[in-house]
Design a protein around this ligand. Structure first.
Ligand SMILES: NC(=O)c1ccc[n+]([C@@H]2O[C@H](COP(=O)([O-])OP(=O)(O)OC[C@H]3O[C@@H](n4cnc5c(N)ncnc54)[C@H](OP(=O)(O)O)[C@@H]3O)[C@@H](O)[C@H]2O)c1
Length: 291
């Protein structure tokens, strides 16, 4: 879709990736309805975005909503419908890192609720309105970990695999309608989403981290070209393909990751990975792989 025609509901707008995405979309000419939980943060963000693109004030609106609660989501659906949205970008999410035995049931429930059920509920509620538009897009911000399961990310990965399954299935269900469903899978990205233990894991395993603006540019590209799925970074894109075709082929590639989770879960300090000798390991292992 041409960004000039896009009226985008952006959840997670106050996050590291969300802020960059809002800015990129607005610069490209889109109208954006910013969604987060804090009215104060949304209002500040809205003002700062208006300053970045002249004449953009009328194209920016915000609505506070906790996506885990029913009444605020109902209110958001009403506002988004009246505002005539034709694009929904699911960028809200919560992290979860650690060995499975260290994650309590409430944290597990919250991750699945916000990362998976919330986008499913919001999409379902807005679908009648989106179907009534000439063209509409639903872009799910997943993760490379929605295609590749890594030690330390069982719960998070389950939520993002689920989101990818939802996107793929719904894309096929809506084929022939004017609604396009898409999935974008970034690798690890430099935002406050990743706490010190994840940063230590990334350093110990040599996992590359992207800037949030790279993810924002990718989301903008997906808005423009409607690509069904897009993953960010090499060798992550290769790993995604191999894992999709023969997952067990990669099972031996994550020893370093497994050791790092065990150390991080016991509160120990992780060693920083030394650069690999050329050819010392597989391209997947030597560059760490995703988030
Ligand atoms: N950073 C990474 O390494 C990385 C990599 C791949 C994929 N991703 C995905 O990218 C998305 C954005 O990540 P990020 O790095 O921008 O994270 P972030 O900076 O922590 O931002 C998270 C966003 O989600 C919102 N959110 C969390 N819980 C919410 C709730 N209950 N109701 C409404 N909004 C809620 C937050 O809003 P509040 O202001 O209200 O807290 C915030 O806007 C997530 O889906 C994440 O899984 C991140």
């Amino acid at each position: 879709m041409n960004p000039n025609e896009a009226r985008v509901v952006l959840t997670g707008a106050t996050g590291g990736i969300g802020r960059e995405t809002a800015a990129a979309f607005i610069r490209a000419g889109a109208s954006v309805l910013l969604v987060g939980r804090s009215p104060a943060q949304l209002s500040t963000l809205s003002r700062s975005l208006q300053a970045t693109a002249t004449g953009s004030a009328a194209r920016i609106k915000w609505q506070a909503a906790d996506l885990g609660e029913t009444a605020p989501v109902d209110e958001l659906v009403g506002v988004a419908t009246e505002w005539r949205c034709n694009v929904l970008v699911h960028a809200a999410g919560v992290p979860c890192f650690g060995a499975l035995e260290t994650i309590d049931a409430e944290a597990m429930r919250r991750v699945l609720d916000i990362n998976l059920l919330a986008p499913m509920r919001l999409t379902q509620a807005l679908l009648p309105h989106l179907r009534a538009q000439t063209r509409a897009q639903v872009i799910c911000l997943g993760s490379a970990l929605g295609r590749i399961g890594l030690p330390g990310f069982c719960v998070y990965s389950a939520s993002k695999f689920g989101l990818r399954g939802f996107a793929e299935s719904l894309r096929r269900e809506l084929s022939g309608s004017g609604v396009r469903v898409q999935y974008v899978g970034p690798r690890s990205t430099r935002t406050s989403f990743n706490d010190a233990s994840v940063e230590a894991y990334n350093a110990a395993t040599g996992t590359a981290m992207d800037s949030p603006s790279r993810v924002a540019e990718t989301l903008l590209r997906s808005l423009q070209d409607g690509a069904a799925e897009r993953f960010i970074g090499f060798p992550e894109r290769l790993a995604v393909r191999i894992n999709g075709a023969v997952p067990t082929l990669l099972d031996g590639s994550f020893d370093k990751h497994r050791r790092s989770v065990a150390i991080a879960s016991s509160g120990g300090a992780l060693p920083v990975k030394q650069p690999d000798r050329p050819g010392a390991s597989s391209p997947i292992e030597s560059s760490g792989v995703p988030r």
